[in-house]
Design a protein around this ligand. Structure first.
Ligand code: IVH
Length: 701
């Protein structure tokens, strides 16, 4: 019998749904991180990207279990290979965002509450423009510029010292008497007019233009040849610091003034404010000045001035509690809705995407926007051919607000959301959930016959936490699927054999070469033996994310045992079903999904073929005689030497239980930079708190 309440079951079901969505978003964010940070070639607008990250963060706020190792916890992406790596002595974190005036008031109130300031007690907060460039950390040793690094993933950036030395506004030697070690941080940017002139030159040279001043600044700085950077007019504002031997001033504004005395340019629009009203007045003044400023800004940054207060306020997750970015309002534009495209996800969800006549919305060209879901299209009565209002706010995905009715073409018809899947023609239905409510998502019922779902499932099968096949990314899978080379997971493993006999070999195709094909086959063969938990996860059984896969693997030990019980559990009254239900953390919803999976002949066939190629291996042995065996551990804040996934796996291997929240049952908290409420709670409860390094030395890592 199940040990879970109906509420727990529903939450587990929602969590698993959320996990699937989370995986999808996380994979997207990771891919865009690489395009942006390593290739300087973003394929989506900043707003689209920010929106994706926000979606991810929102999901994680609702389901903190999902946050482990998530890209939402990373700032930017891992650095490109071409520059040497630099580990930041103090991480370069990010800023939280606010959009509404009330949120500025809340920010001030939160800070005051946290510090326990009495009413009327003074609190100084600085307000300054948020420069739209790229941040850089400049390390001075004995006053000499020793190293310059980009932010990278916040912990490790790229060594751009040679390029930074070509920037006139960055002193090679500091004036005055700086501390022996002094890391000055700030923003490298390009002016609007220099950006326009550079694009002109790019066009004349037949090269693609940069999308905006920020991308052109990033592209200019990350040149392998510093001589090219030297020709690009880059500027720098100092606004923060990292590793510093001693702080020469007790306040934020004092520090910035000191940096000015060392020879840096600092932003003249920085103001000391004494209340939320002051902050908002300055925010408005900066917004008014925005168009006339020579550089791009996207908001105003508020920072608590007193450095002791900053220290006490500390960090939450990846952002300081003592600062926030108040972004400028959404930008709107009108354009024509050319089409509505329906995208099909791995679990068959149909998502409507507006295909727009490209339009510049506050400096970013938007050609896709979200239409949310079927009901939303109906409610707004958006029709193909309509002139629509598109909005993008700093961090929100561009969205279609609604049609401009006066401009509606005479023959525009109400949009009919498809009831059949555009990819396979199967019926697409809206399920009724446990509460009897209709799901907002319409899903294709085609399952294995749906090519869109098949492709998404194959992508999932090869993804990082599943089989993790290097060289078999989303693009390659789409290609192989279209060409009929990989239709099911087993086909991946017979690819090499078939390629030997093929007339048109992989290596002769565009985008492939002898080496890349050899590497691909090696990567595939390296996965012929795979940990059973990864194997189960890779199957993409609904509601079976990584955690449930691990639970099933731990319980059954072998895949055959799971398969046998999975088959026998079809009868809800069976002993097998009771066994599934009794596994800790597995409830009705998961048990049913597992049995449904094995009841499907297609899946059985696909598994038979796959198991001829791949051997699921036992999970790594869990040890019982380690210093942490049997303990409940919580990881919080940023980890610098391993990912959350690694940390969790390591702890579990050593016999510990990893939990997402701190309670009286917690034995140990491992806290990294940015640790917030969990750390506070652990301290309140008197639970032992150690650093990542202490953890590693304790477990011998
Ligand atoms: S302070 C710990 N001040 O915004 C926070 N950041 O979203 C240190 N930025 O990574 C950052 N202008 O690239 C700060 N006046 C300003 C800024 C600013 C632009 C950028 C910076 C940062 C990002 C955070």
């Amino acid at each position: 019998m199940t040990s879970q309440s109906p509420d727990q079951i529903r939450r587990a079901a929602r969590l698993n749904e959320a996990r699937a969505e989370h995986e999808r978003l996380a994979a997207k964010v990771a891919a865009h991180d690489i395009a942006y940070h390593q290739q300087d070639a973003p394929t989506i607008s900043d707003a689209d990207y920010d929106a994706l990250r926000r979606q991810l963060e929102r999901l994680e706020a609702r389901f903190p279990e999902l946050a482990d190792g998530s890209p939402a916890r990373r700032v930017g992406a891992a650095p490109a290979e071409k520059f040497a790596k630099v580990r930041h002595a103090v991480p370069m974190l990010s800023l939280g965002n606010i959009f509404q005036p009330e949120e500025a008031e809340e920010f001030v109130a939160r800070v005051r509450r946290f510090l326990g300031l009495a009413e009327g007690a003074p609190l100084v907060i600085t307000a300054e423009p948020k420069i739209d460039g790229l941040s850089c950390s400049l390390r001075y040793v004995k006053g000499e510029l020793a190293q310059a690094a980009t932010r990278g993933d916040g912990f490790e950036g790229e060594d751009v010292t040679a390029n930074v030395r070509t920037i006139k506004e960055i002193p090679h030697r500091l004036a005055g008497h700086p501390p022996e070690i002094c890391e000055v941080r700030g923003e490298i940017y390009m002016t609007k007019s220099d950006f326009a002139a550079l694009n002109e030159r790019q066009a004349q040279a037949g090269k693609p233009p940069f999308a905006n001043p920020r991308n052109s600044a990033a592209g200019s700085l990350r040149q392998l040849d510093p001589a090219i950077t030297a020709q690009r007019p880059l500027h720098f504002f100092a606004y923060a610091w990292g590793d510093i031997a001693e702080t020469p001033a007790p306040t934020q504004h004092g520090m910035i003034k000191t940096f000015a005395s060392y020879g840096f340019k600092t932003n003249p629009l920085t103001k000391l404010c004494h209340s939320a009203a002051d902050l908002l007045a300055h925010w408005r003044a900066i917004e008014d000045a925005r168009a006339t400023l020579p550089y791009d800004i996207d908001g105003v940054v508020y920072k608590v001035d007193d450095l002791d207060y900053q220290r006490r306020l500390g960090f939450v997750s990846r952002a300081p509690r003592w600062a926030t970015a108040h972004k400028f309002a959404a930008e709107k534009a009108t354009t024509i809705l050319r089409d509505i495209e329906i995208q099909v996800g791995r679990t068959g969800s149909l998502t409507p995407v507006a295909k727009l006549e490209p339009v510049n919305v506050g400096g970013v060209v938007v050609s896709n926007a979200t239409l949310h879901n079927e009901d939303e299209i109906g409610r707004k009565d958006v029709r193909i051919g309509d002139t629509v209002i598109v909005q993008r706010a700093g961090d929100v995905i561009p969205q279609v607000l609604g049609p401009v009715l006066e401009k509606r073409p005479k023959h525009a018809k109400p949009y009919e959301f498809p009831h059949i899947c555009p990819a396979c023609g199967s019926a697409a239905l809206r399920e009724i959930d446990a509460k009897g409510e209709m799901d907002v998502v319409r899903r294709c019922t085609g399952g294995l016959v749906c090519p869109a779902q098949a492709v998404e499932r194959l992508k999932h099968f090869c993804s990082r936490n599943a089989l993790d096949i290097e060289g078999l990314g989303d693009r390659q899978i789409e290609l192989f699927h279209t060409e009929g080379l990989i239709m099911s997971p087993a086909d991946i493993f017979t690819l090499e054999e078939r390629d030997k006999r093929a007339v048109k070999k992989l290596k002769d195709r565009e985008g492939f070469g002898e080496t890349s094909v050899r590497n691909l086959f090696a990567a595939i063969n390296a996965r012929r033996n795979i940990a059973i938990n990864r194997f189960i996860f890779a199957l993409g059984i609904r509601h079976v994310g990584e955690t449930n896969a691990r639970r099933l693997a731990r319980h059954f030990g072998t895949f055959e045992a799971l398969r046998e019980v999975g088959r026998a559990a079809l009868d809800p009254e069976s002993e097998a079903r009771a066994e599934l239900n009794a596994i800790e953390g597995v409830g009705d919803v998961v048990a049913e999904a597992v049995t449904e999976f094995f009841a499907e002949q297609h899946n059985e066939d696909a598994l038979d073929a796959l198991l001829k190629e791949v051997t699921p291996e036992p999970m790594e042995e869990v040890q019982t005689s380690t210093p942490v065996a049997g303990k409940t551990i919580v990881f919080t804040g940023a980890l610098e030497r391993m990912t959350r996934d690694e940390a969790k796996a390591q702890a579990e291997r050593l016999g510990a239980k990893v939990s997402g929240s701190v309670s009286k049952k917690t034995d140990l908290v491992v806290a990294g930079p940015g640790a917030g409420s969990k750390l506070t709670k652990a301290e309140e409860l008197g639970i032992e708190v150690i650093t990542e390094d202490e953890w590693l030395s304790r477990v011998g890592g």
